[in-house]
Design a protein around this ligand. Structure first.
Ligand SMILES: *Cc1c(COP(=O)(O)O)cnc(C)c1O
Length: 356
């Protein structure tokens, strides 16, 4: 039976990425060696890094003056590095969920943190608006897609201080105006590659302004100077990321990807809104994520939750359990998930309705 992969992360990758990764594991770039057992400083691997960086720039239309870094440590290490490198006295954060809260927690080790707004009062089921960003803060940090709660900021905000975004779970899902951001980072395991790779897109001229000394490995400038080769980078995930980027380019890039993603999200949200057994957890359609669609059993049907779970499993629909802090269901519709899988899910929801 065909399996449909709705896991939130690590998560579905294009079949192309998996096939090409298998080939690279068997014989990398005609070397007769596996990608798993070759020097990160070999010319064949340097070519992989170079192509992956240039595809990042091409697909996201990254202007001059920015560097793309491939690091380890995950997005969680970036919560620390961002503040270490950029927070001099005070930084502003928008609190839209668990990951934003974790970023805030780490930033507090380095200075004053102003939480400009929070949606915690309603279990993070909306994106706050109408807040004031202090003009004297060193930067403003947002989480564009809240993987756990299923909200998303799908516009590139205009702010008067450097804007920093955790885009772990929506990078490459839509075109982004990079020029509006000073730094973008994320773990690659949601929309790009197997776990282990962290990407950072940094505007070079925002660095070098904090007064504190920064340990070598925590310093962005180190990784810029050494072209992501200060220490051994995550070789295999970078190789796989390159395959995903080639796949994305071949598909028509982020503009085309966004069209497909909007269509997938619409099919699922429409069914959640239509089907009396289910309801969305995010009331305002403008705040709903197109990457992580969260829904619960409608009022009066809560006791049927495990029955729907069983039906979904029986149909090969995997990874649908909502995060423990939300409950219900979460369908992650990352780039690599085909529309066909979304339709398999909505078909199961319709069948469930018919059975009752
Ligand atoms: C998954 C996720 C993280 C955590 O990433 P790690 O690479 O595990 O540290 C942070 N932010 C967002 C938005 C995420 O989805």
């Amino acid at each position: 039976m065909k399996k449909h992969n709705f896991y939130a992360g690590p998560s579905i990758l294009p079949q192309y990425t998996i096939d090409e990764t298998i080939k690279g594991i068997q014989n990398f770039a005609g070397t007769g060696l596996s990608i798993l057992e070759i020097s990160h400083r070999s010319k064949e691997f340097i070519a992989v890094v170079d192509e992956a960086q240039s595809l990042f720039k091409e697909l996201l239309n990254i202007p001059d003056g920015y560097t793309v870094l491939f690091l380890g440590g995950g997005a969680s290490t970036q919560f620390v590095m961002v503040a270490y490198n950029l927070l001099n006295k005070k930084a502003a954060y928008l609190n839209t969920g668990t990951w934003a809260s974790n970023a805030i927690k780490e930033a507090k080790y380095f200075g004053e943190v102003v939480e400009v707004a929070s949606s915690k009062d309603k279990n993070f089921n909306y994106i706050p608006r109408g807040y004031v960003i202090p003009a004297d803060a060193d930067y403003f940090h947002i989480t564009t897609n809240n993987t756990i709660y299923g909200t998303e900021i799908r516009e590139d905000l205009d702010v008067n201080i450097p804007l920093i975004a955790d885009m772990s779970s929506d990078i490459f899902s839509r075109p982004v105006d990079i020029s509006k951001y000073a730094l973008i980072y994320g773990g690659a395991q949601k929309n790009l590659a197997p776990a282990g790779l962290t990407f950072v897109i940094v505007k070079n001229d925002i660095l070098g302004k904090v007064e504190r000394p920064i340990p070598t490995i925590m310093k962005y400038q180190t990784h810029i100077d050494k072209e992501s080769m200060f220490n051994t980078p995550p070789v295999l995930p970078i190789f796989s990321a390159l395959q995903t980027l080639r796949w994305l380019k071949n598909l028509g890039g982020v503009e085309e990807m966004e069209k497909i993603n909007l269509e997938k999200a619409k099919v699922l949200y429409d069914e959640i809104d239509r089907n009396k057994f289910f309801k969305p957890t995010i009331p305002n359609p403008a705040d709903r994520s197109i990457m992580n669609v969260c829904f619960i059993m409608n009022d009066g049907y809560v006791e049927l939750e495990s029955e729907f779970s069983s039906l979904a499993k029986a149909k090969g629909l995997l990874g649908l359990a909502g995060h423990r802090s939300v409950g219900g269901f979460r369908a992650s519709l990352y780039n690599a998930l085909p529309l066909e899988s979304v339709i398999a899910l909505t078909d199961a929801m319709k069948e469930f309705e018919k059975n009752h």
